[in-house]
Ligand binder design. Structure first.
Ligand code: PXG
Ligand code: PLP
Length: 460
Protein backbone atom coordinates (compact mmCIF):
# COMPACT_ATOMS: atom_id res chain seq x y z
CA UNK A 1 0.00 0.00 0.00
CA UNK A 2 1.47 3.34 -0.96
CA UNK A 3 0.84 6.73 0.57
CA UNK A 4 -2.03 7.71 -1.72
CA UNK A 5 -3.84 4.45 -0.88
CA UNK A 6 -3.65 5.45 2.74
CA UNK A 7 -5.15 8.83 1.96
CA UNK A 8 -8.12 7.40 0.12
CA UNK A 9 -8.62 4.82 2.87
CA UNK A 10 -8.75 7.64 5.42
CA UNK A 11 -11.12 9.71 3.33
CA UNK A 12 -13.46 6.79 2.84
CA UNK A 13 -13.48 5.89 6.53
CA UNK A 14 -16.02 7.38 8.91
CA UNK A 15 -13.67 6.70 11.82
CA UNK A 16 -11.49 9.76 12.13
CA UNK A 17 -13.60 11.32 9.39
CA UNK A 18 -12.40 14.70 8.33
CA UNK A 19 -15.65 16.68 8.27
CA UNK A 20 -15.05 20.22 7.18
CA UNK A 21 -15.60 22.45 10.21
CA UNK A 22 -18.51 24.89 9.85
CA UNK A 23 -17.54 28.52 9.39
CA UNK A 24 -18.71 31.18 11.86
CA UNK A 25 -21.38 32.36 9.41
CA UNK A 26 -22.76 28.81 9.16
CA UNK A 27 -25.93 28.27 11.23
CA UNK A 28 -24.35 25.07 12.62
CA UNK A 29 -21.21 26.80 13.87
CA UNK A 30 -22.42 26.58 17.47
CA UNK A 31 -23.64 22.97 17.37
CA UNK A 32 -20.46 21.20 18.48
CA UNK A 33 -19.98 22.88 21.87
CA UNK A 34 -22.33 21.31 24.45
CA UNK A 35 -22.30 24.22 26.86
CA UNK A 36 -22.03 23.53 30.61
CA UNK A 37 -24.87 24.50 32.94
CA UNK A 38 -26.55 26.35 30.10
CA UNK A 39 -29.87 26.29 28.30
CA UNK A 40 -28.11 25.29 25.08
CA UNK A 41 -31.21 25.74 22.89
CA UNK A 42 -31.87 29.20 24.24
CA UNK A 43 -28.24 30.31 24.00
CA UNK A 44 -27.77 29.03 20.48
CA UNK A 45 -30.84 30.91 19.28
CA UNK A 46 -29.91 34.05 21.27
CA UNK A 47 -26.09 34.03 21.58
CA UNK A 48 -24.47 36.17 24.24
CA UNK A 49 -20.85 36.16 23.22
CA UNK A 50 -18.05 37.82 25.20
CA UNK A 51 -14.84 38.48 23.29
CA UNK A 52 -12.68 40.38 25.75
CA UNK A 53 -12.63 41.71 29.30
CA UNK A 54 -10.79 44.31 31.34
CA UNK A 55 -11.42 45.53 34.87
CA UNK A 56 -15.14 45.28 35.71
CA UNK A 57 -16.34 45.00 32.10
CA UNK A 58 -16.71 42.48 29.31
CA UNK A 59 -16.88 43.46 25.65
CA UNK A 60 -19.35 41.51 23.52
CA UNK A 61 -18.95 40.49 19.90
CA UNK A 62 -21.23 43.39 18.93
CA UNK A 63 -18.96 45.81 20.76
CA UNK A 64 -21.06 46.45 23.87
CA UNK A 65 -19.61 46.92 27.37
CA UNK A 66 -21.14 44.62 29.99
CA UNK A 67 -20.63 45.18 33.72
CA UNK A 68 -19.51 41.97 35.42
CA UNK A 69 -21.99 41.68 38.28
CA UNK A 70 -20.76 38.20 39.33
CA UNK A 71 -16.99 38.59 38.96
CA UNK A 72 -17.08 35.97 36.22
CA UNK A 73 -18.43 32.98 38.12
CA UNK A 74 -17.48 34.35 41.57
CA UNK A 75 -13.83 34.04 40.65
CA UNK A 76 -12.47 37.34 39.28
CA UNK A 77 -12.73 39.70 42.24
CA UNK A 78 -9.57 41.55 41.27
CA UNK A 79 -11.12 42.44 37.91
CA UNK A 80 -10.25 41.07 34.51
CA UNK A 81 -7.00 41.06 32.65
CA UNK A 82 -4.77 42.14 35.53
CA UNK A 83 -1.34 42.88 34.10
CA UNK A 84 0.54 41.19 36.97
CA UNK A 85 -1.38 37.94 36.52
CA UNK A 86 -1.19 37.99 32.73
CA UNK A 87 2.57 38.54 32.85
CA UNK A 88 3.10 35.78 35.40
CA UNK A 89 1.13 33.37 33.20
CA UNK A 90 3.02 34.41 30.06
CA UNK A 91 6.39 34.08 31.79
CA UNK A 92 5.57 30.68 33.23
CA UNK A 93 4.11 29.17 30.08
CA UNK A 94 7.27 29.96 28.14
CA UNK A 95 9.54 28.70 30.94
CA UNK A 96 7.81 25.53 32.16
CA UNK A 97 4.46 24.89 30.48
CA UNK A 98 3.87 21.59 32.23
CA UNK A 99 5.68 19.49 34.74
CA UNK A 100 4.45 16.37 36.50
CA UNK A 101 3.70 16.71 40.18
CA UNK A 102 3.50 12.92 40.59
CA UNK A 103 6.92 11.97 42.03
CA UNK A 104 8.55 15.17 40.68
CA UNK A 105 8.04 18.79 41.59
CA UNK A 106 8.44 22.39 40.55
CA UNK A 107 9.13 25.31 42.89
CA UNK A 108 5.96 27.33 42.24
CA UNK A 109 3.77 24.58 43.72
CA UNK A 110 5.62 24.85 47.03
CA UNK A 111 5.56 28.64 46.91
CA UNK A 112 1.81 28.77 46.31
CA UNK A 113 1.13 26.16 49.02
CA UNK A 114 2.98 28.36 51.51
CA UNK A 115 0.90 31.37 50.48
CA UNK A 116 -2.36 29.48 50.93
CA UNK A 117 -1.28 28.38 54.40
CA UNK A 118 -0.34 31.97 55.23
CA UNK A 119 -3.75 33.37 54.25
CA UNK A 120 -5.92 30.70 55.90
CA UNK A 121 -6.58 30.12 59.63
CA UNK A 122 -4.01 28.59 61.98
CA UNK A 123 -4.14 24.81 61.99
CA UNK A 124 -4.40 24.46 58.22
CA UNK A 125 -0.81 23.65 57.33
CA UNK A 126 -0.80 21.36 54.29
CA UNK A 127 -2.18 21.90 50.81
CA UNK A 128 -3.33 19.35 48.24
CA UNK A 129 -3.91 20.90 44.80
CA UNK A 130 -6.77 20.06 42.43
CA UNK A 131 -7.95 21.51 39.15
CA UNK A 132 -11.32 22.83 40.35
CA UNK A 133 -13.71 23.16 43.26
CA UNK A 134 -15.54 19.97 42.27
CA UNK A 135 -12.27 18.04 42.38
CA UNK A 136 -11.54 19.65 45.75
CA UNK A 137 -14.81 18.22 47.08
CA UNK A 138 -14.02 14.70 45.91
CA UNK A 139 -10.50 15.02 47.27
CA UNK A 140 -11.67 16.21 50.69
CA UNK A 141 -14.28 13.45 50.99
CA UNK A 142 -11.79 10.75 50.00
CA UNK A 143 -9.19 12.14 52.40
CA UNK A 144 -11.70 12.21 55.25
CA UNK A 145 -12.62 8.54 54.78
CA UNK A 146 -8.96 7.54 54.40
CA UNK A 147 -8.01 9.49 57.52
CA UNK A 148 -10.51 7.62 59.68
CA UNK A 149 -9.43 4.30 58.22
CA UNK A 150 -5.83 5.08 59.16
CA UNK A 151 -7.02 6.07 62.63
CA UNK A 152 -8.55 2.60 63.00
CA UNK A 153 -12.11 3.89 62.56
CA UNK A 154 -12.91 2.52 59.13
CA UNK A 155 -16.66 2.59 59.72
CA UNK A 156 -16.66 6.39 59.61
CA UNK A 157 -17.72 6.75 55.97
CA UNK A 158 -20.98 8.73 55.93
CA UNK A 159 -21.07 12.42 55.06
CA UNK A 160 -23.39 15.20 56.09
CA UNK A 161 -24.09 18.18 53.87
CA UNK A 162 -26.96 20.64 53.76
CA UNK A 163 -30.08 21.33 51.76
CA UNK A 164 -29.26 23.97 49.15
CA UNK A 165 -25.55 23.24 49.61
CA UNK A 166 -23.39 23.37 46.47
CA UNK A 167 -20.12 21.49 46.32
CA UNK A 168 -19.63 21.17 42.60
CA UNK A 169 -20.94 18.65 40.13
CA UNK A 170 -18.79 15.53 40.45
CA UNK A 171 -20.26 12.50 42.22
CA UNK A 172 -18.87 13.56 45.58
CA UNK A 173 -20.23 17.07 45.19
CA UNK A 174 -23.73 16.06 44.14
CA UNK A 175 -23.91 13.47 46.93
CA UNK A 176 -23.26 15.97 49.71
CA UNK A 177 -24.81 18.85 47.78
CA UNK A 178 -28.42 19.80 48.34
CA UNK A 179 -29.58 21.34 45.07
CA UNK A 180 -32.18 18.89 43.73
CA UNK A 181 -31.75 19.78 40.05
CA UNK A 182 -28.06 18.86 40.26
CA UNK A 183 -28.85 15.40 41.70
CA UNK A 184 -32.01 14.08 40.14
CA UNK A 185 -30.68 12.81 36.79
CA UNK A 186 -27.64 10.96 38.08
CA UNK A 187 -28.72 7.94 40.07
CA UNK A 188 -27.07 6.40 43.06
CA UNK A 189 -24.50 8.50 44.88
CA UNK A 190 -22.38 8.10 48.02
CA UNK A 191 -24.04 7.89 51.40
CA UNK A 192 -24.92 11.33 52.70
CA UNK A 193 -27.54 13.04 54.84
CA UNK A 194 -28.49 16.68 54.74
CA UNK A 195 -29.10 19.27 57.42
CA UNK A 196 -31.87 21.78 56.73
CA UNK A 197 -30.90 25.00 55.04
CA UNK A 198 -31.19 28.14 57.14
CA UNK A 199 -33.46 30.16 54.88
CA UNK A 200 -36.28 30.34 57.40
CA UNK A 201 -39.33 32.57 57.86
CA UNK A 202 -38.58 35.51 60.09
CA UNK A 203 -35.14 36.10 58.59
CA UNK A 204 -36.30 37.75 55.35
CA UNK A 205 -34.39 40.89 54.40
CA UNK A 206 -31.70 40.30 57.05
CA UNK A 207 -28.63 42.44 56.58
CA UNK A 208 -25.55 40.28 57.10
CA UNK A 209 -25.99 37.39 59.52
CA UNK A 210 -29.63 36.59 60.33
CA UNK A 211 -30.70 36.53 63.97
CA UNK A 212 -32.73 33.33 64.02
CA UNK A 213 -31.83 29.76 63.26
CA UNK A 214 -28.71 28.79 65.25
CA UNK A 215 -30.76 25.92 66.72
CA UNK A 216 -30.95 24.34 63.24
CA UNK A 217 -27.38 23.19 63.90
CA UNK A 218 -28.84 20.78 66.47
CA UNK A 219 -30.23 18.70 63.62
CA UNK A 220 -26.70 17.36 63.46
CA UNK A 221 -27.25 15.82 66.90
CA UNK A 222 -30.31 14.01 65.53
CA UNK A 223 -28.32 12.59 62.64
CA UNK A 224 -25.61 11.48 65.05
CA UNK A 225 -28.28 9.80 67.19
CA UNK A 226 -29.64 8.10 64.06
CA UNK A 227 -26.41 6.84 62.53
CA UNK A 228 -23.97 7.04 65.45
CA UNK A 229 -20.82 9.15 65.19
CA UNK A 230 -18.84 5.96 64.59
CA UNK A 231 -20.34 5.91 61.08
CA UNK A 232 -19.93 9.58 60.20
CA UNK A 233 -16.74 10.86 58.56
CA UNK A 234 -17.39 14.54 58.05
CA UNK A 235 -19.77 17.44 57.80
CA UNK A 236 -19.24 19.63 54.74
CA UNK A 237 -20.73 23.11 54.51
CA UNK A 238 -20.16 26.42 52.81
CA UNK A 239 -19.64 29.16 55.42
CA UNK A 240 -22.20 31.03 53.34
CA UNK A 241 -23.96 29.30 50.47
CA UNK A 242 -23.29 31.00 47.16
CA UNK A 243 -24.94 29.10 44.35
CA UNK A 244 -28.24 28.59 46.13
CA UNK A 245 -28.73 32.34 46.20
CA UNK A 246 -26.41 33.61 48.95
CA UNK A 247 -27.59 32.12 52.24
CA UNK A 248 -25.82 33.63 55.24
CA UNK A 249 -25.37 31.55 58.43
CA UNK A 250 -27.47 32.68 61.39
CA UNK A 251 -25.58 34.14 64.35
CA UNK A 252 -24.10 31.26 66.36
CA UNK A 253 -24.95 28.55 63.79
CA UNK A 254 -21.44 27.76 62.57
CA UNK A 255 -20.06 27.80 66.13
CA UNK A 256 -22.67 25.24 67.13
CA UNK A 257 -21.83 22.99 64.17
CA UNK A 258 -18.14 23.29 65.11
CA UNK A 259 -18.79 22.32 68.73
CA UNK A 260 -20.93 19.32 67.81
CA UNK A 261 -18.31 18.06 65.34
CA UNK A 262 -15.54 18.41 67.90
CA UNK A 263 -17.53 16.68 70.64
CA UNK A 264 -18.32 13.75 68.34
CA UNK A 265 -15.04 13.24 66.53
CA UNK A 266 -16.48 14.28 63.17
CA UNK A 267 -14.37 16.28 60.72
CA UNK A 268 -15.69 19.70 59.70
CA UNK A 269 -14.99 20.68 56.10
CA UNK A 270 -15.57 24.28 55.04
CA UNK A 271 -16.11 24.62 51.32
CA UNK A 272 -14.73 28.10 50.73
CA UNK A 273 -14.71 27.96 46.94
CA UNK A 274 -16.80 31.16 46.89
CA UNK A 275 -16.27 32.59 50.38
CA UNK A 276 -12.46 32.33 50.22
CA UNK A 277 -9.94 35.06 49.36
CA UNK A 278 -11.88 38.25 49.73
CA UNK A 279 -15.57 37.84 48.96
CA UNK A 280 -16.45 37.60 52.70
CA UNK A 281 -14.46 40.71 53.62
CA UNK A 282 -11.69 38.53 55.06
CA UNK A 283 -9.21 36.07 53.62
CA UNK A 284 -11.63 33.26 54.43
CA UNK A 285 -15.22 32.81 55.53
CA UNK A 286 -13.73 31.01 58.54
CA UNK A 287 -12.00 34.24 59.55
CA UNK A 288 -15.07 36.37 58.75
CA UNK A 289 -17.36 34.18 60.89
CA UNK A 290 -14.76 33.31 63.53
CA UNK A 291 -15.06 29.51 63.18
CA UNK A 292 -12.25 27.22 62.02
CA UNK A 293 -12.75 23.95 60.16
CA UNK A 294 -10.55 20.83 60.13
CA UNK A 295 -10.34 20.89 56.33
CA UNK A 296 -10.86 23.75 53.90
CA UNK A 297 -11.61 23.69 50.18
CA UNK A 298 -10.73 26.64 47.99
CA UNK A 299 -10.68 27.36 44.22
CA UNK A 300 -11.91 30.19 41.95
CA UNK A 301 -10.38 33.35 43.52
CA UNK A 302 -6.98 31.63 44.09
CA UNK A 303 -6.01 32.53 40.51
CA UNK A 304 -8.61 35.29 40.03
CA UNK A 305 -10.13 32.84 37.54
CA UNK A 306 -7.24 33.26 35.12
CA UNK A 307 -6.32 29.57 35.37
CA UNK A 308 -8.29 26.58 36.67
CA UNK A 309 -7.20 25.58 40.16
CA UNK A 310 -8.53 24.27 43.46
CA UNK A 311 -7.03 23.03 46.73
CA UNK A 312 -7.79 21.23 49.97
CA UNK A 313 -6.06 22.38 53.15
CA UNK A 314 -5.64 20.19 56.23
CA UNK A 315 -3.72 20.33 59.51
CA UNK A 316 -0.38 18.76 60.46
CA UNK A 317 -1.96 15.97 62.50
CA UNK A 318 -4.15 15.01 59.56
CA UNK A 319 -1.19 15.01 57.15
CA UNK A 320 1.08 13.14 59.57
CA UNK A 321 -1.52 10.42 60.02
CA UNK A 322 -0.91 9.57 56.37
CA UNK A 323 2.89 9.96 56.60
CA UNK A 324 3.12 7.73 59.67
CA UNK A 325 1.11 4.87 58.23
CA UNK A 326 2.43 4.41 54.71
CA UNK A 327 5.28 1.97 55.26
CA UNK A 328 8.61 2.41 53.46
CA UNK A 329 9.43 5.93 52.30
CA UNK A 330 9.17 5.19 48.60
CA UNK A 331 5.50 4.24 49.02
CA UNK A 332 2.62 6.66 48.30
CA UNK A 333 0.90 8.00 51.39
CA UNK A 334 -2.26 8.90 49.47
CA UNK A 335 -3.16 7.24 46.17
CA UNK A 336 -4.89 10.30 44.77
CA UNK A 337 -3.91 13.13 42.43
CA UNK A 338 -4.81 14.84 39.17
CA UNK A 339 -2.71 15.32 36.04
CA UNK A 340 -3.21 19.04 36.60
CA UNK A 341 -2.68 19.12 40.38
CA UNK A 342 -0.46 22.18 40.92
CA UNK A 343 -0.18 22.92 37.20
CA UNK A 344 2.79 25.29 36.91
CA UNK A 345 0.90 27.96 34.94
CA UNK A 346 -2.00 27.86 37.40
CA UNK A 347 0.50 28.15 40.28
CA UNK A 348 2.05 31.22 38.64
CA UNK A 349 -1.40 32.78 38.26
CA UNK A 350 -2.24 31.91 41.88
CA UNK A 351 0.91 33.45 43.29
CA UNK A 352 0.40 36.64 41.27
CA UNK A 353 -3.31 36.87 42.15
CA UNK A 354 -2.83 36.31 45.89
CA UNK A 355 0.07 38.79 45.90
CA UNK A 356 -2.25 41.38 44.37
CA UNK A 357 -5.02 40.57 46.84
CA UNK A 358 -2.61 41.31 49.69
CA UNK A 359 -0.61 44.17 48.13
CA UNK A 360 -3.71 46.10 47.06
CA UNK A 361 -5.33 45.39 50.43
CA UNK A 362 -8.46 44.11 48.77
CA UNK A 363 -9.86 42.94 52.10
CA UNK A 364 -10.10 46.55 53.27
CA UNK A 365 -11.57 47.51 49.92
CA UNK A 366 -14.31 44.86 50.24
CA UNK A 367 -15.07 46.06 53.76
CA UNK A 368 -15.26 49.67 52.60
CA UNK A 369 -17.65 48.81 49.78
CA UNK A 370 -19.77 46.27 51.69
CA UNK A 371 -21.93 48.76 53.67
CA UNK A 372 -22.75 50.71 50.51
CA UNK A 373 -23.50 47.50 48.64
CA UNK A 374 -25.74 46.36 51.50
CA UNK A 375 -27.71 49.64 51.58
CA UNK A 376 -27.98 49.68 47.84
CA UNK A 377 -29.20 46.10 47.40
CA UNK A 378 -31.64 46.39 50.32
CA UNK A 379 -33.09 49.54 48.76
CA UNK A 380 -34.92 47.09 46.46
CA UNK A 381 -36.99 45.84 49.40
CA UNK A 382 -40.64 46.49 48.61
CA UNK A 383 -40.10 46.32 44.86
CA UNK A 384 -42.40 44.08 42.82
CA UNK A 385 -41.80 40.30 42.97
CA UNK A 386 -38.97 40.48 45.55
CA UNK A 387 -39.64 38.27 48.56
CA UNK A 388 -36.19 38.27 50.18
CA UNK A 389 -32.77 39.93 49.96
CA UNK A 390 -29.62 38.62 51.66
CA UNK A 391 -26.05 39.90 51.71
CA UNK A 392 -22.59 39.47 53.21
CA UNK A 393 -19.32 41.07 52.16
CA UNK A 394 -19.60 41.62 48.42
CA UNK A 395 -22.20 38.91 47.82
CA UNK A 396 -25.96 39.26 47.64
CA UNK A 397 -28.94 37.13 46.68
CA UNK A 398 -32.52 38.14 45.87
CA UNK A 399 -35.47 35.76 45.81
CA UNK A 400 -38.27 36.44 43.35
CA UNK A 401 -41.85 35.29 43.81
CA UNK A 402 -42.41 32.35 41.43
CA UNK A 403 -44.30 33.09 38.21
CA UNK A 404 -47.12 30.56 38.58
CA UNK A 405 -45.53 27.12 38.68
CA UNK A 406 -42.29 28.38 37.09
CA UNK A 407 -39.96 29.67 39.84
CA UNK A 408 -36.98 29.87 37.47
CA UNK A 409 -38.74 32.02 34.85
CA UNK A 410 -38.54 35.50 36.36
CA UNK A 411 -34.85 35.29 37.31
CA UNK A 412 -34.09 34.14 33.77
CA UNK A 413 -36.06 37.02 32.26
CA UNK A 414 -34.38 39.50 34.58
CA UNK A 415 -30.90 38.27 33.69
CA UNK A 416 -31.60 38.39 29.95
CA UNK A 417 -32.96 41.95 30.12
CA UNK A 418 -30.09 43.01 32.32
CA UNK A 419 -27.70 41.72 29.67
CA UNK A 420 -29.46 43.84 27.05
CA UNK A 421 -28.94 46.83 29.35
CA UNK A 422 -25.24 46.10 29.83
CA UNK A 423 -25.17 44.11 33.08
CA UNK A 424 -24.25 40.49 33.68
CA UNK A 425 -25.98 38.98 36.72
CA UNK A 426 -26.35 35.33 37.64
CA UNK A 427 -29.68 33.61 38.01
CA UNK A 428 -30.45 30.20 39.46
CA UNK A 429 -33.71 28.62 40.65
CA UNK A 430 -35.84 31.48 42.05
CA UNK A 431 -32.88 33.75 42.81
CA UNK A 432 -30.66 36.43 41.33
CA UNK A 433 -27.07 36.51 42.59
CA UNK A 434 -24.70 39.46 42.71
CA UNK A 435 -20.98 39.41 43.40
CA UNK A 436 -19.33 42.59 42.11
CA UNK A 437 -15.56 42.70 41.64
CA UNK A 438 -13.63 43.95 44.68
CA UNK A 439 -12.26 46.74 42.49
CA UNK A 440 -15.73 48.02 41.64
CA UNK A 441 -16.89 51.53 42.58
CA UNK A 442 -19.93 52.80 44.46
CA UNK A 443 -21.07 54.29 41.16
CA UNK A 444 -20.98 50.89 39.44
CA UNK A 445 -22.95 49.37 42.31
CA UNK A 446 -25.58 52.12 42.07
CA UNK A 447 -25.96 51.61 38.30
CA UNK A 448 -26.23 47.84 38.77
CA UNK A 449 -28.90 48.08 41.46
CA UNK A 450 -30.86 50.80 39.61
CA UNK A 451 -30.92 48.69 36.47
CA UNK A 452 -31.91 45.61 38.48
CA UNK A 453 -34.77 47.40 40.26
CA UNK A 454 -36.04 48.83 36.98
CA UNK A 455 -35.81 45.45 35.23
CA UNK A 456 -37.58 43.48 37.96
CA UNK A 457 -40.35 46.07 37.79
CA UNK A 458 -40.68 45.64 34.01
CA UNK A 459 -41.29 41.89 33.92
CA UNK A 460 -44.62 40.13 34.53
N1 PXG B 1 -17.92 24.35 46.05
C1 PXG B 1 -18.54 25.55 46.08
C2 PXG B 1 -18.94 26.14 47.39
C3 PXG B 1 -18.78 26.24 44.88
O1 PXG B 1 -19.41 27.42 44.92
C4 PXG B 1 -17.76 24.41 43.70
C5 PXG B 1 -17.52 23.77 44.91
C6 PXG B 1 -17.32 23.71 42.44
O2 PXG B 1 -16.26 24.38 41.84
P1 PXG B 1 -15.93 24.14 40.27
O3 PXG B 1 -14.61 24.84 40.11
O4 PXG B 1 -15.82 22.68 40.05
O5 PXG B 1 -17.07 24.77 39.50
C7 PXG B 1 -18.36 25.66 43.67
C8 PXG B 1 -18.58 26.33 42.34
C9 PXG B 1 -23.07 30.16 40.62
C10 PXG B 1 -21.93 29.21 40.36
O6 PXG B 1 -23.41 30.95 39.76
C11 PXG B 1 -21.25 28.70 41.43
C12 PXG B 1 -20.22 27.80 41.22
C13 PXG B 1 -19.84 27.44 39.93
C14 PXG B 1 -20.52 27.98 38.86
C15 PXG B 1 -21.59 28.87 39.05
O7 PXG B 1 -23.60 30.17 41.72
N2 PXG B 1 -19.59 27.32 42.34
N1 PLP C 1 -8.83 8.94 32.08
C1 PLP C 1 -7.68 8.42 31.59
C2 PLP C 1 -7.75 7.37 30.50
C3 PLP C 1 -6.42 8.87 32.07
O1 PLP C 1 -5.30 8.34 31.61
C4 PLP C 1 -6.41 9.87 33.08
C5 PLP C 1 -5.15 10.38 33.62
O2 PLP C 1 -4.07 9.90 33.37
C6 PLP C 1 -7.61 10.36 33.58
C7 PLP C 1 -8.80 9.88 33.06
C8 PLP C 1 -7.64 11.38 34.68
O3 PLP C 1 -7.33 12.64 34.21
P1 PLP C 1 -6.93 13.81 35.22
O4 PLP C 1 -5.67 13.39 35.89
O5 PLP C 1 -6.75 15.02 34.34
O6 PLP C 1 -8.07 13.95 36.18
Amino acid sequence: MNLSDNFSALEASTVGANHSAPHKADPHWMDAFWMPSTGNRNFKSHPRMMVSAAGCFYTTDDGRQIYDGLSGLWCAGLGHSRREINEAVARQITKLDFSPTFQFGHPLAFELANKLVELTPKGLDRVFFTGSGSEATDTALKMARAYWRLKGKASKTRFIGREKGYHGVNFGGISVGGIPANKKMFGQSIEADHLSHTLIPGNEFSRGMPEHGAELADELLKLIALHDASNIAAVIIEPFSGSAGVIIPPVGYLNRIRDICTANDILLIFDEVISGFGRSGAYTGAAAFGVSPDMMNVAKQITNGAQPMGAVLVGNDFYNTFMDNAGPEYMLELAHGYTYSAHPVACAAGIAALDLLVKDDMISRVNELAPHFERSVHSLKGARHITDIRNFGLAAGLTLQPFGMEPAKRPFQVAMRMFEKGFYVRYGADTIQLAPPFITTQGHIDSLINALGETINEID
